[in-house]
Design a binder for this molecule. Structure first.
Ligand code: KG4
Ligand code: ZN
Length: 342
């Protein structure tokens, strides 16, 4: 039996993504973004994002159908990210998905955006092993997932208790006077610095805190430590290297992410790690993950960056897995959930 042609719709934040997937094959993936409209505010403006989704949905859909060489009438299931994300953005995407599924007479699958970040890797590197760990890191989330089955059994082992990894980078970027979003700029500056120059703290990594939060992350204390370091040096006039600050900060983030993830791989006997989310572009995270996973005998799978940032393919991939697992369709009154649990 051939698997259904699944249309995936992503609209949790500022990207409108539409993709078509059959089985584990990606037929088309088109993304529109309202990022440029938010840049001058130094952050996402929810109402601007919602309106942009409304305007982008139809042209993005047409472009995806066009590139896949299929008609709208060929679509056999519609998957949509129902959360977590911005309520207004989610509402536009799910309303669009419901209208399409209802008019086509095909099932609607509301899926979780964070799980989608892991699911997309199946389109790139093939079927998943029986059990694996997924580290999903971006401007909005930092989650460690134990995946027994991508459609039916995903457990969140831990997540950030304050800032997401990308968010911490953006805040440190601002402290260093770099443009928004600061993440990639801090990453670039870090390459010129010494990662061992400054001993910045590793949150939730020792004693009682580690015992209580074995797989959670915390980056706000680290960000504060960077702020204190810069303030102290500005006040005293003592010379310091911005590149060393960027490198030592990047080292602290990557070290905690990789250390906790590998501890989970050992504890749950998983020999495959998928890394997703826009922060997976971070150079130090990639280096450290490659190096330490090799030592630990863990295979690392990271999709190309266009499938790590928010996109429709991740939602279509998860919808396809849900259809393959034979799960029931979502109800027509499928709600959105800004804090959607797994
Ligand atoms: O998944 P994504 O595109 O969207 C959001 O979650 O908003 O992730 C973007 C986040 C931003 O915080 C950005 O600064 C950060 O990931 N980021 C990076 C790098 N590339 C993107 N942070 C550090 N190093 C990078 N190379
Ligand atoms: Zn995301």
């Amino acid at each position: 039996v051939t698997e259904p042609l699944v249309l995936g719709i992503e609209s949790t934040c500022d990207e409108t993504g539409i993709a078509l997937v059959r089985g584990r094959e990606l037929l088309a993936d088109v993304t529109a973004t309202s990022m440029d409209e938010h840049a001058r505010y130094g952050g996402i403006v929810p109402e601007v994002a919602s309106r942009a989704h409304l305007e982008a949905l139809r042209p993005t859909l047409d472009e995806a159908l066009n590139r896949a060489g299929v008609d709208l009438g060929d679509v056999e299931a519609v998957a949509v990210a129902a959360g977590p994300g911005l309520v207004g953005s989610l509402t536009v995407g799910t309303a669009g998905a419901k209208a399409l599924a209802l008019s086509l007479g095909v099932p609607l699958y509301g899926v979780n955006h964070v799980v989608g970040h892991a699911a997309v890797d199946e389109l790139v590197h093939g079927a998943f092993p029986e059990r694996f760990l997924a580290l999903v890191v971006s401007g909005g989330h930092s989650s460690l997932l134990l995946v027994n089955d991508i459609a039916t059994d995903v457990v969140e082992l831990g997540q950030t208790i304050d800032d997401a990894a990308g968010e911490a980078f953006d805040k440190v970027g601002r402290l260093l006077g770099l443009p928004y979003p600061g993440g990639p700029h801090v990453d670039r500056l870090a390459k010129e610095g010494d990662p061992a120059a400054i001993a910045f703290p590793r949150g939730l990594s020792k004693g009682k805190e580690l015992a209580r939060h074995p797989y959670d992350f915390s980056f706000s204390g680290l960000k504060t430590a960077v702020a204190r370091y810069l303030e102290a040096h500005e006040a005293s006039g003592e010379a310091y290297s911005r590149a060393d600050v960027a490198a030592s900060f990047s080292e602290a983030v990557a070290d905690v992410l990789v250390t906790k993830t590998l501890r989970a791989c050992a504890a749950y006997d998983a020999s495959t790690l998928v890394i997703g989310g826009g922060f997976s572009a971070n150079s130090r995270l990639r280096e450290l993950a490659a190096q330490r996973c090799e030592e630990a005998g863990v295979e690392v799978r990271i999709p190309p960056i266009r499938y790590c940032t928010d996109n429709g393919a991740m939602i279509a991939a998860l919808g396809s897995a849900v259809a393959r697992a034979g799960l029931p369709a979502s109800p027509w009154d499928l709600p959105v959930d800004s804090q959607m649990p797994l």
